[in-house]
Ligand binder design. Structure first.
Ligand SMILES: [Zn+2]
Length: 101
């Protein structure tokens, strides 16, 4: 039994949408921002460690962050480093465009 009369919904105390401050967003756009492949946390590229694959397919730290090709970024979280040790990149299709946004 559903009442079909209009205006019968009890919506008395509708709260205005409050803008919650987001605590987990790092400070504004200051240089390029990359995402940690493990926790997907975004951080300035300069604070992340970039890894690239060598000829054998092993991940190596790209200290200069300028190595050509696909790179993986890792944040400074120790937990991420542990998980990244078992991380196996390359499951995605080759030629994936780096479209971003
Ligand atoms: Zn991370």
């Amino acid at each position: 039994m559903t009442p079909q009369g209009p205006g019968t919904t009890p919506q008395a105390g509708r709260m205005p949408e409050m803008a919650k401050p987001r605590a987990d967003v790092p400070e504004a756009c200051d240089g390029p921002v990359r995402m940690c492949v493990i926790c997907r946390e975004r951080a300035p590229k300069a604070t992340l460690t970039r890894y690239v694959r060598d000829a054998q397919g092993n991940l190596q730290i790209d200290e200069t962050q300028t190595h050509p090709g696909r790179g993986w970024y890792l944040c400074s979280n120790p937990g991420c480093a542990q998980r990244f040790a078992k991380y196996r990149p390359g499951t995605r299709r080759k030629g994936e465009s780096n479209a971003g946004k």
